[in-house]
Design a protein around this ligand. Sequence first.
Ligand SMILES: CC(=O)SCCNC(=O)CCNC(=O)[C@H](O)C(C)(C)COP(=O)(O)OP(=O)(O)OC[C@H]1O[C@@H](n2cnc3c(N)ncnc32)[C@H](O)[C@@H]1OP(=O)(O)O
Ligand SMILES: CC(C)C(=O)C(=O)O
Length: 516
Amino acid sequence: MKEKKAMNRIKIFDTTLRDGEQSPGCSMNLREKIDVALQLERLKVDVIEAGFAIASLGDFNSIREISSAVRDVTVASLSRAIPKDIQTAYEAVKIAKRPRIHTFIATSDIHMTYKLKMKPEDVLLRATDMVKYAKTLCEDIEFSAEDASRTRPEFLYRILESVIKAGATVVNIPDTVGYTTPDEFYRLIKGIKENVSNIHRAEISVHCHNDLGLAVANSLSAISAGASQIECTVNGIGERAGNAALEEIVMAIDTRKDFYHMTTNIDTKQIFHTSKLISKVTGNRVQNNKAIVGENAFAHESGIHQHGMLANSSTYEIMTPESVGITKNNLVLGKHSGRHALLERINTLGYQLSTEKLDDIFTEFKLLADKKKVIYDRDIEALIQEKAGKIENAYKLSHFVINSGNTITATANIMLLKNNENFEAVSHGHGPVDAAFKAIESIIGDRFELEDYTLQSVTEGEDALGEAMVKIKFGEGIWNGYGLSTDVIEASIEAYLNAINKGLHFGEDKEALKWA
Ligand SMILES: CC(=O)SCCNC(=O)CCNC(=O)[C@H](O)C(C)(C)COP(=O)(O)OP(=O)(O)OC[C@H]1O[C@@H](n2cnc3c(N)ncnc32)[C@H](O)[C@@H]1OP(=O)(O)O
Ligand SMILES: CC(C)C(=O)C(=O)O
């Protein structure tokens, strides 16, 4: 009889809220971060790195709120190897059911010489002392040797041995600049297992960046060599070219169980929904050909493929769209549908709504159903996400009139409503959207810099919903706005207002909460 190999469980450490947020323009506000954390818990990640507590009071508060909002998942805060950072990290996570302090220091010659300006022996001493100190506060301590893949292996072994002796429960081996390759990284992890005498007392983690497009491959190589925790982000967002993408790692392990003999605890059916949420809150869409969650990941265009798919989907699909939460819509929703059908669809899409929120969405759903013949899953997701981004006491669009054509200058007449007061303006522009934005600016003030604007259709058919996303700079913050309508100008106006309202609402808070 063939012997069955036991499955090793790989822990998924999600750093979307920390390293992911380090992507330019990916900042999230407190409410968005809590929504993301709750969704990561539904996805069943093992650890959420909720932020870098010392970075700002905003970061500190969001880590603390997340620590109290989630139930079973471990919550970590990053900290430099400095007592003040470690103490602040602990203050932020201590109310979590499973708190973790994640402290790091760079160990490569390049970083120690040019950045830290410290001698290797001093780095070794600092790392050890800081892990010892962290251990007096918290049981679960992760230590990261920043730039480990460019560190002299003998020095890395010594530092790991020392921090484990000092109490580190997890030692993380980051490929900080995405420099390593799968074979080399495999050898590094094997080397650690063979040369660090107390390595059995700690978990080995890896944290790979994607500068050469190898982050996922390197992470998989590391688990083959014995690592048991992978640090990754949803949609692969992160510093520079990003981090290893959670969805790719999880589905590689899941689809190739025959090869890896490993599992994760991830509820893969929550993957697509989580990816959408991250795109929405960061304003960063995934490219169409992105593995697992891209628009085309399960699309089959050419005849030979379609023929194969019709005969048997395993000919061209190595996993099913349903396995990552992309649902086939059998129940057609439209203007005659009721709350039960809508709630059923919302739950299937992975959302849990209170009765009050369902009532809100139901009202919007009926308004939309009056404009559209068929309501698709993405329409519903868009409605839920749009509702989630609403801010009270905000500027709201009352009405607009646009006059434009190829022989006249575009003109926009816009009326906004705030606290029952009307504000009206007329402006010209290079096109209808530009004219509308200028009219808004002449009401609210020209204090916002438009950094990015995109428009796309999110559903099928002639009456498809247009989704506009804008990114504005206001003060020191970048704010994403999101608008949805069957009319693309209206979607654009809503997106611009949404970003401005966020900037005005949360931006002021941020200024007031500046870290002393
Ligand atoms: C690889 C990574 O992703 S690491 C995480 C990167 N993320 C971030 O940096 C985001 C959050 N960072 C911040 O908000 C700020 O950088 C802060 C609040 C942490 C520090 O701000 P500042 O005190 O103004 O320092 P600044 O960022 O300019 O420089 C970093 C300082 O920390 C030191 N440092 C860097 N890493 C470490 C470390 N792991 N342990 C100890 N000291 C460190 C540097 O040598 C430098 O010290 P110096 O001020 O004595 O020259
Ligand atoms: C601090 C560590 C984990 C990191 O983010 C990196 O090295 O990229």
